[in-house]
Design a protein around this ligand. Structure first.
Ligand SMILES: Cc1cc2nc3c(=O)[nH]c(=O)nc-3n(C[C@H](O)[C@H](O)[C@H](O)COP(=O)(O)OP(=O)(O)OC[C@H]3O[C@@H](n4cnc5c(N)ncnc54)[C@H](O)[C@@H]3O)c2cc1C
Ligand SMILES: *[C@@H]1O[C@H](CO)[C@@H](O)[C@H](O)[C@H]1NC(C)=O
Ligand SMILES: *[C@@H]1O[C@H](CO)[C@@H](O)[C@H](O)[C@H]1NC(C)=O
Ligand SMILES: *[C@@H]1O[C@H](CO)[C@@H](O)[C@H](O)[C@H]1NC(C)=O
Ligand SMILES: *[C@@H]1O[C@H](CO)[C@@H](O)[C@H](O)[C@H]1NC(C)=O
Ligand SMILES: *[C@@H]1O[C@H](CO)[C@@H](O)[C@H](O)[C@H]1NC(C)=O
Ligand SMILES: *[C@@H]1O[C@H](CO)[C@@H](O)[C@H](O)[C@H]1NC(C)=O
Ligand SMILES: *[C@@H]1O[C@H](CO)[C@@H](O)[C@H](O)[C@H]1NC(C)=O
Ligand SMILES: *[C@@H]1O[C@H](CO)[C@@H](O)[C@H](O)[C@H]1NC(C)=O
Ligand SMILES: *[C@@H]1O[C@H](CO)[C@@H](O)[C@H](O)[C@H]1NC(C)=O
Length: 599
């Protein structure tokens, strides 16, 4: 493993620590006399944004509590080095959840990673930054009855979050993105340093057949359809996370933010005996002592689509009967807590190709090691940028398709039903083994607008027992028909002239696909989670009886409790979720500031 900072620099950093916020590693270190205005649960994607924005007002005191570990130390290369994206899964940085047996996937159990580290899932995710269609945000405005959530009204927050940066080699990205739709925020994004043959073919295809496969200059412009270049959360040759972009700069420069690590919030406490939830109980393990802290103004729940509904239910907030059945006294009946779990699925198809992809690199430990060694020297080379996927395409069923007559689940007529990513190597599905020879292209197929909705259920009053997670993949006809249609579309797309001389032959399992039944069997055998759960504490109008939070993200029927994370999103997203989580968090920070007249 490479070490990112020279030792000297690390020593200098620890001296600087004296002048900055407190970083605490056990609840007993929190000074008993200390009064906090806000307590934020979870230093993840959204939580770090809220912590950083609220502490811009020097009069405000914030306690940020994170169950997981810090993102420093030697292990953190798995977070920082772009080439290692994905390798945080199943490590100390992961909660290691698993789904229930998936009826739609031949009864398989699916690994369900979630970040257990500063930055949360932004520190272990696939780094893709794609905001989705403008209709996605207009749907959020519609569902919540608050026009301030629309694309046009959110633009200020979109630009406040993100900044486009050049790749490490300064390759020109002119013509590959639209600088006008990028902002000046702390989160760094960028395009690929290396163009592969498959990327050129994708672009050529959009030139050959612009009506079928249109080129999209920037998938972050609000135009959510077509093929184009992917932005990833990589800048300055490293992964940019909510922690690196928001949290660490705030910790380093302010004294009004305290961070408590390795500590799980186990219960929200109703301090006034009514539905005011400004207290939190915490513990470091099932057997460790309990501690309690109280916020003067608000508790902000940013524990993510799994952590947030779990903690609500542990606290008696949720479907009363279900809580009662596991021995939790119900306090506030909110049937939609844990309901409506939506996730997107992914599977890949592979082809042998005529040309050099990264297959050789990934199957050669010497080359891989050399890339990491070069990165350690000067943060250059193949390890320093996004490597595996550069181009992507978002597509729809034709508008007159019978499958859409009952209801179109996409965010609108310009939003996708399915998506392809072009991967520069043999990307095996669960249970498959990558061939050790040859050059391979994999294309992933994602159902972007699933109608299968599952749930998250509590099974124990112990905060340290995982809830059951059931995304209910492929339990609707729409989802299976969409995936079959997507696979057929992909196979015909790769047979267009742009791919001549490049695509050699399909991998065995792909070559065997012919009938719908065969394709369906392939889907049920290989589909995995894309790790995009949402909607387990969904937003709704103030006047709606359903939903968990109102348009201001305050928990319905409670006082002093707000939710800011992916759990509030009403549906699986039209793009990739992290961009939308950042955008929602930026506006939420302003909502909180204005509710308490902060600067
Ligand atoms: C492996 C993987 C790959 C992904 N790839 C992409 C991608 O390429 N592009 C994309 O846009 N999205 C991707 N996603 C999804 C995206 O990262 C998430 O949707 C997003 O980061 C969620 O943000 P959040 O703030 O809701 O939750 P998180 O970022 O998960 O933050 C929740 C935080 O709360 C903490 N926490 C939870 N419970 C408690 C508790 N009780 N007490 C204290 N702390 C607690 C957690 O440890 C965590 O730090 C991926 C996700 C994963 C896991
Ligand atoms: C990482 O951060 C934790 C918490 O701040 C600190 O205790 C630890 O010493 C740090 N480790 C390294 C290697 O810097
Ligand atoms: C997740 O699993 C890995 C590998 O077993 C382990 O090291 C890590 O501690 C686990 N994470 C948590 C939060 O327990
Ligand atoms: C929400 O969408 C419905 C149906 O398209 C429309 O009638 C309604 O006016 C929209 N509401 C808002 C607040 O945008
Ligand atoms: C890229 O440009 C930056 C800023 O001009 C410069 O510092 C850096 O050395 C350049 N890198 C390469 C590999 O050309
Ligand atoms: C609980 O009591 C406080 C103090 O009287 C009040 O401000 C708050 O609105 C009450 N909350 C609910 C949900 O009734
Ligand atoms: C902590 O509190 C919980 C109830 O919220 C209780 O079940 C548990 O025993 C307590 N732990 C200790 C060590 O007292
Ligand atoms: C799980 O939660 C869902 C949604 O709240 C509910 O419909 C279902 O009955 C629950 N299952 C169990 C076993 O409690
Ligand atoms: C970085 O290091 C590699 C390997 O030592 C070397 O080949 C390369 O020229 C260096 N690049 C820069 C920009 O210093
Ligand atoms: C492979 O590509 C080369 C050109 O790069 C071409 O000459 C050759 O015909 C291709 N082979 C096949 C089997 O298409």
């Amino acid at each position: 493993m490479v070490t990112k900072f020279p030792l000297l620099f690390a020593t200098a950093l620890s001296l600087v620590q004296l002048a900055r916020s407190a970083i605490l590693t056990a609840p007993e270190q929190v000074a008993a006399s200390k009064q906090y205005d806000f307590i934020i649960v979870g230093a993840g994607t959204a939580g770090c944004v809220i912590a950083a924005r609220l502490t811009e007002d020097p009069s405000v005191k914030v306690l940020l509590i994170e169950a997981g570990v810090s993102d420093n130390g030697t292990q953190s290369d798995t977070i920082n080095v772009p080439l290692l994206a994905g390798s945080g899964i199943g490590t100390m940085f992961d909660w290691n959840y698993t789904t229930t047996a998936q009826a739609g996937l031949n009864g398989r159990l699916i690994d369900y990673p979630r970040g257990f580290v500063l930055g949360g899932s932004s520190s272990i995710n696939g780094m893709i930054y794609a905001r989705g269609s403008s209709e996605e945000y207009d749907r959020l405005a519609n569902v919540s009855g608050d026009a301030a959530w629309s694309w046009n009204n959110l633009k200020k927050y979109i630009l406040k979050n993100e900044r486009h940066t050049p790749p490490w080699n300064n390759r020109s990205n002119v013509g590959e993105y639209d600088p006008r739709v990028h902002g000046n925020g702390p989160l760094l994004t960028g395009l690929t340093p290396t163009v592969f043959e498959a990327d050129k073919r994708v672009i050529r295809m959009t030139e050959d057949l612009p009506n079928q496969y249109p080129f999209n200059l920037d998938l972050n412009s609000g135009n959510g359809l077509g093929f184009g270049w992917l932005h990833t959360t990589v800048g300055d040759s490293a992964r940019s996370t909510s922690a690196s972009a928001y949290l660490h700069p705030a910790l380093n420069s302010r004294s009004n933010l305290d961070l408590l690590l390795h500590t799980q919030v186990t219960r929200l406490v109703s301090t006034l005996g009514n539905h005011t939830f400004k207290g939190v109980q915490v513990a470091q393990s099932a057997t460790a002592a309990n501690y309690s802290f109280t916020a003067k103004k608000e508790v902000i729940l940013s524990a993510g689509s799994v952590g947030t509904p779990h903690l609500l239910m542990l606290s008696g907030i949720g479907p009363s009967q279900q809580l009662q059945s596991v021995g939790i006294p119900p306090i506030l009946d909110l049937p939609d807590v844990g309901a409506n779990l939506q996730d997107q699925s992914i599977l890949t198809l592979q082809w042998a190709v005529n040309g050099t992809t990264l297959s050789g690199f990934f199957s050669d430990p010497t080359a891989f090691g050399a890339a990491l060694a070069q990165y350690a020297v000067n943060e250059t080379g193949i390890a320093a940028g996004n490597t595996v996927v550069n181009t992507i395409g978002f597509m729809r069923w034709p508008n007159n398709s019978p499958v859409l007559t009952a209801r179109d689940p996409a965010a609108g007529p310009n939003s996708p039903h399915f998506q392809f990513s072009f991967l520069e190597t043999f990307y095996p599905n669960v249970g498959q083994v990558a061939p050790t020879t040859g050059n391979w292209l994999s294309v992933s197929v994602v159902v972007q607008s699933p109608t299968s909705h599952g749930s998250l259920n509590i099974t124990s009053p112990s905060p340290f027992v995982h809830p059951t997670i059931n995304p209910a993949f492929y339990t609707t006809l729409f989802d299976i028909r969409t995936a079959i249609h997507a696979i057929r579309t992909l196979i015909s797309l790769l047979a267009t002239p742009a791919w001549d001389g490049f695509i050699l032959e399909p991998f065995l399992a792909v070559a065997a696909l012919s009938t719908d039944d065969e394709i369906e069997a392939y889907i049920r055998t290989f589909a995995d989670s894309l790790k995009h759960p949402t909607s387990t504490a969904k937003i709704s109008k103030t006047t709606d009886t359903g939903g968990v939070v109102g348009p201001d993200l305050l928990v319905k029927g409670a006082t002093g409790l707000r939710i800011v994370d992916a759990s509030v999103l009403p549906s699986a997203v039209a793009g990739f979720p992290q961009a939308e989580v950042y955008i929602v968090a930026e506006r939420a920070a302003d909502l909180i500031k204005s509710a308490w007249s902060l600067t």
